[in-house]
Design a protein around this ligand. Sequence first.
Ligand code: 26V
Length: 807
Amino acid sequence: MFFDKESFKQAYLEKFAEAEGKTLDEGTSWDKYHALVLLLKEKVSLCRALTNEAYSREKEKQVYYFSMEFLIGKLLPFYLVNMEILNLVREGLADLNINLDELLAQESDAGLGNGGLGRLAACFLDSMSFKGIKGHGNGIHYKYGLFEQKIINGFQAEIADNWLKNGYPWEMRKPDKSVVVRFKGEVRMESLKGKLTFVQENYEPILAVPYDIPVFSYRNPFYINNLRLWSAEPMAAGLDLDLFNRGEFKQAQSYKSEVEAISSILYPEDSHIAGRELRLKQEYFFVAAGLGSILQSYKKGNTLLLDFAQWVAIHINDTHAALCIPELMRLLIDEEGLGWDEAWKITVESTSYTNHTIMPEALEKWSVEMIQSLLPRIYMIIEEIDRRFREEHILNFPEDPELPAFAGVIRHGQVHMAHLAIIGSHSINGVAKLHSRLLTEQVFPQFNRIYSKRFNNKTNGVSHRRFLYAANPGLSHLITEAIGPHWKRDAEELQKLEVFLNDQSFLEQLAKVKLNNKLRLIKHVKEKQGIVLDPSSLFDVQVKRIHAYKRQLLNVFKIMNLYNQLKANPNYFIEPQTFIFGGKAAPGYHYAKTLIKLINTLAQKINTDKDVNEIIKLVFLENFNVSLAELIYPAADISEQISTAGREASGTGNMKFMMNGALTLGTLDGANIEIREAVGEENIFIFGLKAEEVLHYAYQGSYKAWDEYLQNPDLKRILDQLVCGYFQEVGGEFITIHDSLLHYNDEFFVLKDFCSYYETYQKILNLYIQKKEWSRSTLVNIARSGCFSSDRTVSEYAEKIWNIRCR
Ligand code: 26V
């Protein structure tokens, strides 16, 4: 890349002069950042040219990862670390009187995702590139990413995230690769030489223009993949010149805005389906654009269309991309002239589907009328898939006539996207063992009977290069000193750290790294929110989307109880503790927004109470995003993973905390179960109901939240405090929460799990004061986190789903 500092400086100065057309002194921080990105991109393009050559020399299967969300965060710091040129660049720039941190601050934190699902897609991009898989992302070039969160008077306020306002130098617009996507109109059938063909007429054409972002990984510039994000633009031909000529600019403008709306915003809900037409438009838009361009480039490669599945894998990241199935059928039948059976074989063999949630309100369904009017030809194909599925399975399962009705794609006027995805894919996976089991046993048992071989588990993973190596330089350095650098390539190597379990000096250094990371976070919190935190306190952290099933409320009740104990008993001794929350609530999710207000109200009360504020402190960190996450995980002692068992499909924050040496306080849910298997019961703190018990209560209807309230005086006091004027300045806001527990019988078993949660927390505090034992446990967590690298996950997808061997 660069041989030394001097050659970097020379290349940088040349690039700056060429790109910015001014002297360095005249340049703004943005100009300097811009020039640096252009320089790196140029280097990367050079490598890409070599890669493309390699592509054509040695033909390999390509994977296309279709996802509505890619939560990629900042690329510059990560790429500098991955190329191992961070220090060289920092020093070179310093020689030129430029502070690298100022440049890093210029880059937008690309928030093109809501949370776990979008971040997983971004981690997979890193690992696919690292593993030498030709794997590309296909998504939407949203004009506005996930909203920026401001806390005003304790409430969440949302501000549009105009991440492209200064431009985004990593991306390259490729107008010559545009694809036309067709909406609405009618389908005419005609017979051509005895063959029935389908012609869509009077449709509304929309131009999909791709923006490409290079993806490359650790010391591996030869495998440069592509994240292709599609932007919706009006077709020149579609812009009604008549309207312009007649002077009706307003109408012409409204056509333009309607088209551009498609790639304008990322929907900020991740918990329920609102069934909006614009969302359906987005789904078809990026699917049709992506598949259109894949087929175009496939056909250039002189490979038989019938061999498509041998060379191309289409992966659908949740049902948001399930329209890939009927769209690929449409392309193969209508555009390429294949018959149904040939097209279906290719479609099923090339497509695979990952499910990320079993929450019924998030399982996508679209009304028949909406699909029919927006995507008339696609609807015909879905109907035919449904008809054939029913026909085939009535014949195969005559003893169970209910089954096809239960399992069909179209039911009661709605199209069930998960059913479509299952019927049209050769592989269906969940994202942690428990989740995959629940999928087959509870959510889709009917499909498991028919296609049992298709269902499998692929436990999630995270990029250990981003969330450990790049995010935690102190720990990375310590690890590399101890076991050498190879762990960056092979996270399983972290196991070698276990030889230091009895090494007092190593354990002390580990504790020191944690302290420094706390100081780094404290500095940030002080600058951003003016709050001063105590570095010698235990950091107990819960950062993730705010959602009832994730039970931030349980954590709040723990803090309220501690506070109540401290107030009631001034001699009550506990270790100083800092409780940290962060996360966004969907703008329309009233309960979640009330929870944020509750956390902030409690924070205000505790932090201004002189009786306790030297011992406990509570802070809600504003605008949790990837960059903030990278400061938080390395500073945490306790990782709160406390969802109601059976509800969190996997979780990935749990893995990021673990690899940074935080101990998990969690339920037996999602990948917490696998974390427990990895670290052993003594290095994790598990509490609460198990998934089976939760299910049992649900079937029996035997849970009575009122009994918990009446039987536990601590809980009773806490619940009463929510509504009895204890938080004086607030007018009845928390009734919603109180009602969810007592009036609606506590759907997420907060009250039921409270005691065991609180007791387990006490056990953590006991371990925390035994500094050596605590550090050992921390080290076990780091050392055993290797299996949660997305390198492992992606290798499993490659070998078991995509049928690719990787390096
Ligand atoms: C659902 C919806 C439905 C309404 C429209 C907008 C929208 C956007 C996103 C979603 C996805 C919800 C599913 C999700 O994010 N699942 C999370 O996936 C993570 C990666 O597998 C996993 O670790 C989390 O446990 C799971 O909640």
